[in-house]
Write a protein that binds this ligand. Structure first.
Ligand code: ADP
Ligand code: ASP
Ligand code: MG
Length: 438
């Protein structure tokens, strides 16, 4: 796959498109999306489309499940959630047929999306797209239900985690050797911050896989983290753009180690964006005996419970007690499972107590240029101090600095950081075309 997306669309090829829930909010939106899909077909392309559930319907299904059962069985929750994407694929196919073209819709399982067996956050391990290629050969437009697959081992239906349709699209693009993978959403591309918080955010023309990985991992839900990992592994450029405008969006491609990217980062901004995340919680294990193997026991228990941790901090133990505190952050949705897993080990580990805090947020500054510019950390912390934001935890990578702050301080921290690093656009305000931001 080459990188000049516009040029490739103009010749016959195979185009994979993805439409998010925010682009499919109601019947009129479904018809609009169908017209856009047909447009790509009319240009002479074969077209495969991954669709998300309409509007906020995944959240509505989750609300329904929680009213029926406080902790629903994971298998049944996946069954329920995949229904959202099934509705979308069928209605999009119907709308296409109304425009005089034929479409065939397929569930993830029918489309050959094979996953591991972890319900709620399954990983795609293979795509066997026989039915898709047959349907293309018969001249149909193919619509695939995103965010779902079937487990190789258990044969159960799985889901890929919130936002997972992005990953379905990239996995299809890789398996079909597509020429273009377009992610259609409700903003014009990847911006220097979430346009819902910073209206003066600027659209990035291009961003490397590494920077996009950090942005996605730090909460910029414009792209699912696994989708970026997948695209990087198979070297698939992603074109993120709006389904509501004809504007060229952001191309995610290339590495920070490419000579071209290095030149670009020397000349361009040091920082590519500010991301925020309000979906994490913090657990502090208080009074852990400071001896070999204690941390291993704690993190073993969490790993067995399939919980992915983010930041981890261990304090120096107090000399008088030889006890230490260990704090870590994790997805809020895993909070109760983690607390149960740790409580069960209280005797074996011998800690005093657990503190659970879900009123936190994380703010991250990301940019490849950080590697060659000292002083970024100092400037970041100074700007947070001026904005009156207290820092709870800190973590860094080569191209990122993240801090945990009070949930209520997130917007102020993001806005102040965006301005301090000269990321504000001069004139144009970023447009948010749809979606509830939920
Ligand atoms: P979709 O329904 O198309 O999957 P999402 O709601 O998952 O859409 O993702 C799009 C949203 O991502 C935007 O509306 C925006 O609020 C949010 N977002 C967060 N960070 C960024 C960013 N850096 N650039 C653009 N959008 C961002
Ligand atoms: N419908 C799913 C969600 O809301 C998947 C997706 O939108 O990509 O998370
Ligand atoms: Mg999404």
């Amino acid at each position: 796959m080459g990188s000049d997306v516009a040029e490739q669309v103009s010749r016959r090829g195979l185009v994979v498109q993805k439409y998010g829930g925010s682009s499919l909010s109601d019947a009129a939106a479904v018809k609009r999306v169908a017209r856009r899909i047909v447009e790509a077909k009319k240009q002479g392309n074969d077209v495969v489309v991954a669709v998300s559930a309409m509007g906020d319907s995944t959240d509505d299904l989750l609300d329904l499940a929680s009213k029926v059962s406080p902790v629903p069985p994971a298998r049944e929750l996946d069954m329920l959630l995949t229904a959202g994407e099934r509705i979308s694929m069928a209605v999009v196919a119907m709308a296409i047929s109304d425009l005089g073209f034929t479409a065939r819709s397929f569930t993830g399982s029918q489309a050959g999306v094979i996953t591991d067996s972890v319900h709620g956050k399954a990983k795609i391990i293979d795509v066997t797209p026989g039915r898709i290629t047959d349907a293309i050969a018969e001249g149909h437009i193919v619509i695939v239900a995103g965010f779902q697959g079937v487990s190789q081992d258990t044969k159960e239906i799985t889901t890929l985690g919130r936002g997972g349709t992005d990953t379905t699209a990239v996995a299809l693009a890789a398996a079909l050797d597509a020429d273009v993978c377009e992610i259609y959403t409700d903003v014009d591309g990847v911006f220097t911050a979430d346009p819902r918080i910073v209206p003066s955010a600027r659209k990035l023309e291009r961003v490397t896989y590494e920077e996009m990985l950090e942005l996605a991992a730090c909460g910029a839900k414009i792209l699912h983290l696994r989708c970026v990992e997948y695209a990087r592994r198979y070297d698939i450029p992603i074109h993120v753009r709006s389904s509501f405008s004809q504007l060229h969006g952001t191309v995610v491609s290339g590495s920070i180690d490419d000579p071209l990217s290095q030149e670009a980062t020397m000349e361009q901004a040091i920082i590519s964006g500010v991301a925020h995340d309000r979906s994490e919680a913090k657990i502090t294990v208080v009074g852990v005996p400071d001896k070999v193997g204690e941390a291993a026991r704690i993190f073993d228990a969490l790993s067995k419970a399939q919980i992915n941790l983010d930041m981890i901090v261990q304090n120096v133990s107090a000399a008088s007690t030889n006890l230490t505190d260990i704090s870590f952050t994790l997805p809020r949705t895993d909070g109760q499972t983690a607390m149960q897993a740790l409580h069960a080990l209280k005797g074996a580990i011998g800690f005093d107590s657990l503190i659970y805090d879900d009123k936190i947020g994380k703010v991250s500054l990301i940019g490849a240029g950080m590697r060659s510019h000292p002083g970024v950390t100092a400037k970041f912390f100074n700007c947070l101090a001026e904005a009156g934001v207290n820092i709870g935890m800190i973590s860094t990578s080569e191209i990122r600095i993240s801090v945990v702050v009070d949930e209520g301080d997130v917007d102020a921290a993001v806005t102040a950081t965006h301005t301090a690093f000269d990321l504000d656009a001069d004139e144009v305000e970023a447009v948010v075309y749809g979606g509830s931001g939920r």
